[in-house]
Design a protein around this ligand. Structure first.
Ligand code: NI
Ligand code: MN
Length: 225
């Protein structure tokens, strides 16, 4: 699997000939100036919750690429009303076949309101399972015991928030990784805004100290996982 980091919680995963894009937020991200939204590939767009820093560019990318937008029912309906043609609205604990994958919408402990004030349903994360195995994008969440339920997916890696303030910080993300039984973590939701600025080298050391690996690709960088 090839993973590209587009900043904040926006991750692209290329696997099985598909480009699965999570939480597109380029416009308005002060750190993502060199990313061209028009060039981001997507066959599926997975939106974890309704906050602006997760949905900002979803409509434009969905309309340009024709990608299927997957989220909770309320968010999928909201994008459908904006003219996004292909949407799938799940709810917590539900899964669906999507091309060569199975996508499951998992628990997140957070909130979810759309940018225009519309109700954004319950926030979630995703487990994507395909021929290359499973991986997880946690969206915005606190540490929660529900994470131990993800152990059965034998996750190859998990994208976990580490910025604190609005979500888990580094120490809680380490506990989350342990609950999930995952050794490789891609850090998301950090450094974008002053309240979520962290010591990235210190974070890597904290993960390493307990036998885990924290990957922090640069914005625009692609890594193999
Ligand atoms: Ni949020
Ligand atoms: Mn957020």
């Amino acid at each position: 699997m090839r993973l590209t980091y587009y900043g904040h919680s926006c991750i692209g995963v290329n696997t099985a000939g598909h480009d699965v894009l999570f939480d597109p937020f380029i416009s308005g991200n002060p750190l993502a100036g060199k990313i061209d939204v028009e060039q981001i590939p997507a066959t599926e767009i997975l939106v974890t919750h309704g906050h602006g820093d997760h949905v900002a560019d979803a409509e434009a990318i969905a309309k340009r690429t024709g990608a299927t937008l997957v989220s909770n029912y309320e968010i999928a309906t909201w994008f459908g009303a904006k003219g996004v043609k292909n949407t799938i609205g799940l709810n917590i604990g539900g899964s669906t076949a999507m091309g060569p994958f199975r996508v499951k919408y998992t628990t997140a402990l957070h909130s979810s309101q759309l940018p225009d004030g519309s109700y954004g349903g319950n926030p979630g994360g995703f487990v994507v399972t395909g021929a290359d195995g499973s991986f997880h994008h946690a969206g915005d969440t606190a540490l929660t015991m529900d994470m131990q339920l993800l152990k059965r997916f034998n996750l190859r890696f998990a994208c976990l928030p580490i910025g604190d303030h609005f979500t888990m910080g580094v120490a809680d993300a380490i506990e989350a990784a342990k609950l999930m039984g995952v050794r490789r973590v891609v850090g998301i939701h950090y450094n974008t805004f002053p309240p979520i600025t962290i010591d990235t080298q210190g974070a890597k050391r904290e993960f390493k100290a307990v036998g885990l690996e924290l990957l922090l690709p640069a914005i625009g960088e692609t890594i193999e996982l």
